[in-house]
Design a protein around this ligand. Structure first.
Ligand SMILES: CC(=O)SCCNC(=O)CCNC(=O)[C@H](O)C(C)(C)COP(=O)(O)OP(=O)(O)OC[C@H]1O[C@@H](n2cnc3c(N)ncnc32)[C@H](O)[C@@H]1OP(=O)(O)O
Length: 417
């Protein structure tokens, strides 16, 4: 059969198990997955947004999307089309199946009125061609606890707050409200639905090998829940029978810096723990500043994390907040035809922007993927201009773009999806 004749189409309920097996093949896990896993994963599949390619009845390519809310700079949530489970079986690679699935999914998102599409890229070179740009950076830190300079006699938070261990059910009860508060202030975060909390507290097992983490909750002096962490600890002993355990953070969220500080210090003060692995944080995370010796916290992994594809330039630029006031004309090149054109962005003294098509001369010309990289403020227009990825049509325009677009803190997307 010619590949062009392979059907790329939404799957039916009956096809979900085959489709899930194809995902497992594409991600090099195994072709056999348990009935329990199929049942748990199937509950998250929206069949009308789940496509597959079928060859002789066998599913050989997969992609699905789901509705998501992404926090823009300034705290507003925009409607995002989150793309995930992208695979093409090794037998059918490089014949255009991903391009066909992606074109279809992005067109549907545009039609629906989503402002952006998002994804976590397995490999850097895959998604730029579809207009996605790397929009957040993930930094994983390792804390060398004995070098951090913390007082080993310390008993707990010095600020009058307290830390309690919690069970999964309590996390499902307290976590969603806390996270909702946090995501309205942190650009780059995405919503966590009830399913996320069930999966991440082990109530819904989508992958084999779940190990119950410890959960700790920080309450402020007034008794308000302000922070939460999930972490596991390994079991390692040195030759001289000294404990050498590593605490690995699954996720740590905090509504206030004091909660963040208390939780990091709590982790660094657990007896036996000599190393704390932080999991995905922002490169400008506060963690090192909470330690007497900040050099004890090193970034050990750093890479692009969430990618953003702008589907509607005007709405995306109006949804976010800005630093300072000014005007900028952007010529956005979008070969896929979703949102290309020349736009005038006018930012007022209140930090809000108005954006509309214009016939004025452009200040900057950039590909829509470049705008995706700039939109959450992680990337710099000056940097992209230096690398030839943004063209300055007027001297100083990239510097002006940075002054408007880059907030004082980096975006952070703690979640994988
Ligand atoms: C959001 C997520 O789910 S991320 C997970 C992505 N999935 C994986 O990494 C699993 C393993 N890999 C795969 O399943 C496949 O290789 C995929 C899905 C990445 C690509 O699927 P394919 O059907 O081979 O891609 P397709 O043939 O449509 O390629 C389109 C273009 O992208 C290029 N391309 C595709 N994958 C890659 C890659 N990994 N690296 C570099 N270029 C790539 C192709 O060369 C082609 O370029 P061209 O148009 O210049 O010729």
């Amino acid at each position: 059969m010619n590949d062009r004749d392979l059907d790329v189409r939404p799957i039916t309920e009956d096809e979900i198990p085959d489709w899930l097996r194809a995902v497992a093949v594409g991600f090099l896990r195994s072709e056999t997955i348990t009935e329990e896993e199929i049942a748990a994963r199937a509950s998250g599949v929206l069949t009308d947004r789940t496509v597959g390619a079928f060859d002789d009845g066998r599913c050989v390519a997969t992609l699905r999307s789901f509705p998501q809310e992404l926090t823009a700079v300034g705290g507003a949530a925009v409607a995002a089309n989150a793309v995930t489970n992208v695979t093409v079986s090794p037998t059918h690679r490089r014949r255009g199946l991903l391009s066909r699935m992606m074109a279809r999914d992005l067109a549907a998102a545009k039609e629906r009125g989503d402002v952006v599409a998002t994804l976590i890229a397995a490999e850097y070179p895959i998604y730029g061609r579809y207009g996605f740009g790397p929009a957040t950076t993930a930094a994983e830190w390792t804390v060398d606890v004995p070098r951090a300079g913390l007082d080993p006699r310390r008993a707990g938070p010095e600020d009058g707050g307290r830390i309690d261990l919690a069970g999964g059910a309590e996390v499902r009860e307290l976590g969603p409200e806390l996270h909702e508060r946090i995501r309205r202030t942190q650009h780059g975060t995405v919503n966590r639905d009830a399913r996320w909390w069930r999966i991440n507290t082990g109530e819904l097992r989508v992958l084999p090998g779940w190990k119950d983490p410890f959960y700790a909750v920080y309450r402020s002096p007034a008794g308000e829940v302000e922070g939460m962490v999930a972490y596991t600890v390994d079991d390692k002993w040195g030759d001289a029978k000294q404990p050498e355990n590593t605490a690995t953070v699954q996720w740590l969220i905090a509504a206030e810096p004091r909660a963040e500080r208390a939780l990091w210090r709590y982790l660094c003060a657990i007896d036996w723990v000599v190393r704390v692995e932080t999991g995905r944080r922002s490169p400008d995370d506060l963690l090192p500043l909470f330690l007497p010796d900040p050099r004890a916290a090193r970034i050990t992994t750093r890479a692009d994390w969430m990618w953003v594809r702008i589907l509607d330039v005007a709405r995306a630029l109006e949804a976010r907040g800005y630093q300072g006031a000014g005007e900028l004309v952007l010529e956005v090149v979008d070969p896929a035809g979703f949102t290309g054109g020349r736009y005038l962005l006018e930012v007022g003294a209140d930090g809000r922007g108005v954006c509309a098509p214009t016939s004025r001369e452009a200040d900057l010309t950039l590909d829509v993927s470049g705008l995706g990289a700039l939109w959450l403020g992680d990337e710099s227009a000056v940097r992209l201009a230096a690398a030839g990825r943004v063209r300055e049509e007027r001297a100083g325009a990239a510097r002006l773009a940075d002054a408007l677009l880059r907030p004082s803190r980096r975006p952070w997307c703690p979640d994988s999806f």
